[in-house]
Structure formats: C-alpha cells, structure tokens
Write a protein that binds this ligand. Structure first.
Ligand SMILES: [Fe+2]
Length: 188
C-alpha cells in the first residue's frame, strides 16, 4: 500500500484487524493512510512493550549484579537502561505522530516482566538480557522492511536506530558472556 491512499477519505475508513485494535486515529494528511498509520502504531506499541520490559530488567540487574563481573556490568547496564529510557520515549512519540494513543490502558504494560527472585548470578543475568536484545532485533528487522515498503520512512529510521542500538548491546553482552565462559573453561 502506498502513500497515495492517504487522503482524508482513506483516513475515515478505519479497517479491522490491527488497525481496529488501535482504535480511531487522528485525521491528518501526511501521505500515510489511516490503515498504514494504525498498523505501525500497533507494531510500535509492541516494540515499546518489549523495550520497557527490557529497560526494567536491565535496571534491576544493574542494581543487583555482584561477583567478578560487577564493575563492567554495573557500568554497562547503566548505559543500556539510560539508552532504553530514551528509546521508549522516541517510540511512544512516534506512535503519537502516527495519530494514535500510546497503549497503556487495557494492555498489560509492560508485559513479560520475569525477574527471578532470588536474583540469578551475573552470567544468567547477561544471558537473559542478551536473549531479550536478540528477540527485539528479530522483531525489528521485518518491521524496518515493512516500513520501507509502506514509505513510512520516519518509522523506518527510528526502527533502524533501534536495531543498531540493540545489536550493539547484544554484541557487548555476548562478548562478556563468552569471556566469562572462557575463564570458567580455559581448556575449551
Ligand atoms: Fe545506578
């Protein structure tokens, strides 16, 4: 679907599915149809949910990490939760630019919080965060391609920035985990 469906007429034609779940969008004439805006507002709502959950996990692990990886992890996780805090703001504001409310009512927000108590060891924390970053990356990649296809270039730019952040964060965490494993198993 292309930008030429963006007229006021298309704006008034709310469709079912994800568009319906997002509710009525604000009217605008920016070259993106109401359907496309609802689609990406919905997709970004899911990204927001994942990012918020990851931010909380990262912050809690920043507080509770201990052991030989304490110093580098405590510092790195602070950098990550601060970056995640900025990213959730950018994601939420893009949802608003697309003409939708930021999901926070009937949506359980953030969902997916699953922080074990007592706190796991540092390597389990790193592995958990690594898996969460990689999961977000897997969801963002097709979203970038979709946004490009629908000519929602601002959403695509945002998604590409998020991809770069999460892939870099995953690389750092993976490297820390690999080094910890090498120390535990020097003959491997
Ligand atoms: Fe702190």
């Amino acid at each position: 679907m292309c930008a030429d469906k963006s007229s006021g007429k298309a704006d008034k034609q709310q469709k079912s599915g994800k568009a319906g779940k997002m509710g009525k969008s604000e009217q605008m004439d920016t070259g993106l149809s109401a359907e496309v805006r609802a689609k990406f507002a919905g997709e970004l709502g899911q990204v927001l949910d994942d990012a918020y959950s990851l931010m909380v996990h990262t912050h809690v692990y920043h507080w509770n990490v201990r052991g030989r990886l304490f110093e580098p992890l405590h510092k790195l996780l602070q950098e990550h939760y601060e970056a995640l805090f900025e990213s959730v703001d950018e994601i939420a504001e893009r949802v608003r630019q697309l003409g939708h409310q930021v999901p926070a009512g009937d949506v359980k927000f953030p969902s997916g919080l699953d922080i074990p108590m007592p706190m796991p060891g540092e390597e389990v924390m790193v592995a958990d965060l690594l898996a969460r970053h990689e999961s977000v990356v897997r969801k963002l990649r097709p979203l970038s391609a979709d946004a490009d296809e629908e000519r929602d270039f601002v959403t695509q730019d945002l998604v590409n920035e998020l991809l770069a952040f999460h892939e870099k964060a995953a690389w750092m965490l993976r490297s820390i985990l690999n080094r910890a494993n090498e120390r535990s198993n020097p003959l491997r």
